[in-house]
Write a new protein. Structure first.
Length: 310
């Protein structure tokens, strides 16, 4: 369910969201950021917007195995969900962006995503009377790169998901989960070992792990976090995504290689793909078929109320 709502977070989320002092949330910035997010003006040929890849109807991702940019160019990684990213620490699958303000600019200038220079974007915004007014309302000045990033980051911070059946169950309503989902929760927290990485209100540890996805013939198709950290121990490690709205649709994993949640459960059940840098948490689970079915039902209970904007 997608809805607008007050800035108080939905049930289950932390009441405190870390917002930089340099970019406090204001109604004007959020409104401007939302307009920018859905506007293909931010791409080279005016065909792609932020919402093209981060579609609200699909849980703010796109349902594609890898991101597709201008002229149909394909990236190498799946578009991550933007759900609850205001609670995040590092951004992108490899954590290369330290803040949301840095993250929101990278797809715009990426040659296989939106593929346009920031100078060109600013010129387009300057030529648009409505945008000039909106920037003055939000920042007291004409369009610029700093305003662009602050407005987009402000809007992204409003995209939150909570008040799921799981949240209501944790809040003391035992009937919020079906019997199968309650059994699945026990597996999630216990035998399945899922909660080791998918923990806290946002169901992620915000860390990087090698699960073996993308490893073939003794090599990784994507070095992952290692490129950013410079640490060989991070080879093939990727950010733990939030599980909120995970049932909104696949594919899954950083490379979109697993089509369904059932496929994901099977992958973890066998302990991932063996490789020299495999996380020590990756072990065979040997779940029985009914246990897998219950775990799948629990994952569906992590979809709830999605809010965005004001």
């Amino acid at each position: 369910m997608l809805a607008a709502g007050p800035r108080t977070p939905p049930l289950g989320l932390d009441a405190y969201m870390p917002i930089p002092e340099s970019n406090p949330l204001t109604a004007e910035k959020i409104s401007l950021g939302r307009k920018l997010f859905f506007d293909p003006l931010l791409s080279r040929d005016h065909t792609v917007s932020c919402a093209t890849c981060h579609d609200p109807k699909l849980g703010f991702t796109d349902g594609e195995p890898v991101a597709v940019g201008v002229s149909g160019q394909k990236g190498t990684r799946r578009t991550p969900r933007l759900i609850n990213r205001g609670y995040g620490k590092l951004f992108f699958w490899d954590g290369r962006a330290p803040t949301l303000e840095d993250q929101v600019l990278q797809p715009i200038r990426n040659p296989i995503e939106m593929a346009v220079s920031l100078d060109e974007v600013v010129a387009r915004l300057e030529a648009d009377a409505a945008y000039k007014t909106a920037f003055h309302d939000a920042f007291g000045r004409s369009p610029g790169v700093e305003g662009l990033q602050r407005a987009l980051a402000s809007y992204v911070r409003t995209i939150v998901s909570g008040n799921s059946p799981y949240d209501r169950f944790v809040a003391g309503k035992p009937d919020a989960l079906t019997p199968a989902q309650r059994r699945g929760l026990e597996i999630f927290r216990g035998k399945g070992n899922c909660a080791v990485c998918h923990l806290g209100p946002n169901l992620t540890d915000e860390e990087f792990h090698n699960t073996g996805v993308g490893w073939k013939d003794g090599a990784s198709g994507d070095v992952g976090r290692a490129k950013t950290s410079g640490d060989a121990a991070d080879m093939g490690a990727f950010k733990t995504p939030t599980l909120r709205e995970v049932a909104a649709g696949g594919p899954y994993m950083h490379d979109g290689s697993l089509g369904t949640l059932a496929d994901v459960i099977e992958f973890y059940d066998k302990g991932g793909e063996r490789n020299p840098h495999l996380s020590r948490e990756m072990q065979r689970l040997d779940l029985a078929a009914p246990e897998k079915a219950d775990l799948l039902e629990f994952l569906k209970a992590l979809s709830g109320e999605v809010r965005e904007g004001l």
